[in-house]
Design a protein around this ligand. Sequence first.
Ligand code: ZN
Length: 339
Amino acid sequence: MVEDQINLNLTHYRTPGTAGREDCVDYFVNKFKEIDENFTYILHNFTVLSINCQNVVFKLNEHLDNIVILAAHYDSRAKATKDPNIALRSDPVPGANDGASGCGALIELARVLYNQRLDLECQIWFLFFDAEDQGSDWDTGITGWNWCEGSTRFADNLEDYYDSSEYFDCMVLLDMVGGDNLQFINEQYSTSSLLQEIFEIGRQLGFEQAYPTNPISATITDDHVAFVERGIPSADLIINFWNNPSWSYHHTTHDDLSHISNHSLEITGKTIEQFIYNNYLQIPSNNYEGNYPWNSDINLIDTDILMMLITVISVIAVTTLSYTIYKKYMNKQNTKLKE
Ligand SMILES: [Zn+2]
């Protein structure tokens, strides 16, 4: 399925505002209709700099109130801004891992979980975001575009897509989950109890390499952030893509099928499948106790708030210090005057 999305590239890349982008949504709709002709889906249209963009969400078990969102972005980056060959930096990124891998995993999960739907005690949204990947790498971005435009708009309009009896249990984002040498990081915007639970499940399944006990920690601006900010426990399954000899293809023309690993896709899919079964499969022997409801922990303080706190503390410290010095000086003056 990663290959299918890449094959759309033979005619067009999956960049916002192109026919390739539209073909990709048609492809998703066809895949879900193969699962069930009546699979409910909603298209969420929005524009960025007057370019038409589109998120798409497929809903399983709509009659249940508690919603689990499984998500990925499907747009591919318009410019290979990190390509080692400077001449290729205006070329589009194939986006085999950065985009197509997460979407491929979602389609396969939909197929597998659909077969278990009658025994699952949750509603599942399979959510495909447009316009995640068009922001700036240092100063070489795509003018006027920010990261995560699609998920931000979707989260802004979330009320339009569920009713008052429904609520969100969690959101799991899959980003770059199908490349060679898969190893996930401890992403810091993520709700830690949720991400930790997924890591533990992965390790229990024997995927110790992909879910290390001491993962690299980093804060990544990704499609889950808008959901974290709405109070929905969210986790980003993502790799180290910035300084990693084992994955040097990020935002280059080399993020293509030759670096996709079926085993990595399987690791991702199996882990999320098990996560759903552990928490939601209604079988008599299911005594699983994870970290549900996942929202008891506090996320890392947002950088902006942290900077504001540092500024406020600095101002208070400087003021107090100045006042103390001034007071000492005045005391001295007073003593001198008394003399
Ligand atoms: Zn990207």
